[in-house]
Design a protein around this ligand. Sequence first.
Ligand code: MG
Ligand code: MG
Length: 247
Amino acid sequence: MVSIKSEHEIAYMRIANRIVRDCLDMLEEKIKPGMTTKQLDRLAHDFIRKSDAVPSFLGYGGFPASICTSIDEQVVHGIPGERVIREGDIVSVDCGAIYRGYNGDAARTFGIGDIGPEKAQLIQVTKQSFFEGCKVLKDGARLGDLGYAIQSYCEGFGYGVVRALVGHGIGKDMHEDPEVPNYGKVGHGLRLRAGMTIAIEPMINLGTWDVEMLDDGWTIVTKDGKPSAHYENTVLITRDGVEILSL
Ligand code: MG
Ligand code: MG
């Protein structure tokens, strides 16, 4: 069952998502070579708590931190720890916060210093694919229209679109129905309606789309070891388009 949010619920979701956005903006400013991913996690945790919100990732399914930090070939769900961020890394940061019972969820990939043209383009195309997807969204559009827009844009650059992980509905729960794939066929899938809120999150690989999980039970990495980027926002479907809540 996909829920339609009330104005009252949407108001809380706007606030939750602005907290997440502001947290990611803060991290983008602070992230530097020589820092550990654990230090980033601490900054995010303190920021979310100070904003009168709760870090939704902390304890979710046993996850031990407030953000996910995924470097280079790590796609998503990397656990913050003692790893030191180096010049040339690309660091995907996924962040979630709950405000008055409602969830915000967004992710960005940050390039650290000189990352070279290949990684820079990967980050840019991954981000742009989110906006290509948004162009086709409005009341009555189908999930397949969205997936096709993201997939065809990224595959046009020769990139692999991750299949094993998808976006999701969001509201009182971080993960609600429907599943929101970054691939699909025009005219197929659920019809979206005004008032639905979904997290759209392309995970795009420089090489093939194949991924696997590390022994830590969380970190997803590319099978071919090539870098991957992630970009996510929570959006509200409206009559004529979308309102991006985490921008
Ligand atoms: Mg997320
Ligand atoms: Mg998400």
